[in-house]
Design a protein. Structure first.
Length: 447
């Protein structure tokens, strides 16, 4: 648990932010890590430059870039590859929280795709260097050494680097599956157990999930929300992070899944619950290398949500400034332009249908009776991935055998599990891949 703020040496600007949180949402202040209490956004070069940009109509000699002819200085050898983009959309530094237009556009997108947010108060998305950066920022603001992060046992391995290795927190897991769906009972049981010995828990929910490709059903989502609400009512302070990296890629294989982020249901739910949404253009707009993501806060107290989000934004801005300075301007400009394109929805839907066709083919092929002796299929219905539990062989040995002998690349995620990214398979490649997987298992077992 963090020491009282009085025992921490903080800058006056950090103290002001802390006081705002203490006055408006004391439980959110108590959720902060020691670093989260210390961090602030300085009134230095960036804030003074922002003021100058708005008011310095004669000369602006504040920001550390070079200009020429009234625009950002640049080299033609670079600019010629960026036809249609104004140099000022490419070369200057972006604001620490991101381009204002992009932030507003992404918020409008979140509201459109999550009807449960109607009438709720939540923050303006803050631009991050993709979701991994957002994950790191959440940890910095809310995790001290030995704090607990609760996750299902089918998880993206980078969470361990971010939270255990970097920050010294402890990841506790519970079973992901129960029969053909998400094990909400396991979440409830393990959350209650962890909460017995601590006041704060960070709960991370990644749906559609990596590595399983599973999105909860509507009834499972209802139960997840209720479990979290009840634990908050018992007095546990919950930072609930919705890692929505694959949001929108819903295929409803084997039955209908939920189509909303849990962030929408959790925002404004209870004063002891702070919802955090991590998402991005990376997968949703198919621009992985642009590294453009977002972090959005959904406080539990609607009446003070605006001031709480402003205080948290200032702290995030400080963390971004002290870590990477800002997210690249070019990436933000491209994403902002895409979001305002009249054809963006049509383009996204077309790519979605390509992925749906691949997922449906995988769903049909992987469950053929002839493969039952080689693997069991974990339920999947969304996203990029599916997971199989192999029989009679070790997953890592099988992965190497497939790679060396059959030219097939898969990912081993545990001693028995292999992840298959159908997102990068053409439809006609699905059956040959599973045939190769079956052959590889049989070869190892016979050996």
């Amino acid at each position: 648990m963090c020491p009282p703020v009085e025992e921490i040496q903080v800058h006056p600007l950090a103290a002001d932010l802390n006081q705002t949180l203490k006055d408006q949402a004391p439980e959110v202040f108590e959720m902060l890590s020691a670093y989260g209490r210390r961090i602030y956004f300085p009134k230095g070069i960036l804030s003074q430059s922002a003021e100058a940009k708005a008011k310095a109509h004669r000369f602006n000699a504040t920001i550390g870039i070079a200009t020429e002819g009234g625009q950002a200085m640049h080299l033609e050898s670079i600019q010629r590859h960026l036809k249609g983009l104004d140099p000022d959309e490419v070369y200057p530094y972006a604001p620490a929280p991101g381009r204002p237009g992009l932030r507003s556009q992404w918020r409008a997108k979140i509201e459109k795709e999550n009807p449960s947010l109607k009438g709720k108060r939540f923050g303006l998305p803050i631009v991050t260097s993709a979701i991994t950066h957002g994950i790191s920022l959440v940890g910095e603001l809310f995790l001290d050494p030995d704090d607990v992060v609760l996750l299902p046992d089918k998880l993206w391995g980078n969470y361990r680097l971010s939270y255990e290795v970097r920050l010294g927190a402890r990841i506790e897991t519970y079973p992901f599956y129960r029969e053909e769906g998400f094990d909400v009972d396991a979440l409830e049981t393990h959350l209650a157990e962890v909460a017995r010995s601590r006041k704060k828990v960070l709960v991370l929910l990644n749906f559609p999930n990596n590595p399983t490709g599973y999105m909860p059903t509507a009834s499972e989502a209802d139960r997840i929300v209720e479990v979290l609400r009840q634990q908050a009512e018992r007095g546990t302070q919950l930072v609930v992070v919705a890692d929505d990296a694959y949001f929108g890629l819903f295929y409803h294989l084997g039955g209908a899944s939920s189509t909303e982020s849990l962030f929408a249901r959790l925002t404004g739910l209870h004063e002891n619950l702070l919802a955090v949404k991590l998402d991005g253009a990376t997968k949703e707009l198919f621009v992985w290398g642009l590294r453009c993501g977002f972090i959005t806060f959904g406080p539990g107290r609607s009446e003070t949500a605006e001031s709480v989000c402003q205080a948290l934004e200032a702290k995030v801005k400080g963390a971004i400034r002290g870590g990477i300075s800002n997210v690249p301007q070019l990436s933000q400009s491209l994403v902002e332009r895409a979001l305002t394109s009249p054809t963006i929805d049509q383009e996204r839907n077309q790519k979605h249908e390509v992925l749906r066709a691949r997922a449906e083919r995988v769903f049909e092929v992987c469950k053929r009776p002839r493969y039952a002796e080689s693997w069991s299929v974990y339920p999947f219905n969304s996203g990029y991935f599916m997971l199989v539990q192999v029989h009679g062989v070790e997953a890592e040995a099988l992965r190497l055998h497939l790679l060396d002998e059959l030219g097939v690349g898969l990912i081993s995620t545990s001693a028995k599990d292999l992840r298959i990214a159908f997102s990068c398979l053409e439809v006609d490649q699905v059956e040959p891949l599973f045939e190769a997987l079956h052959k590889g298992i049989q070869e190892l077992r016979s050996a």
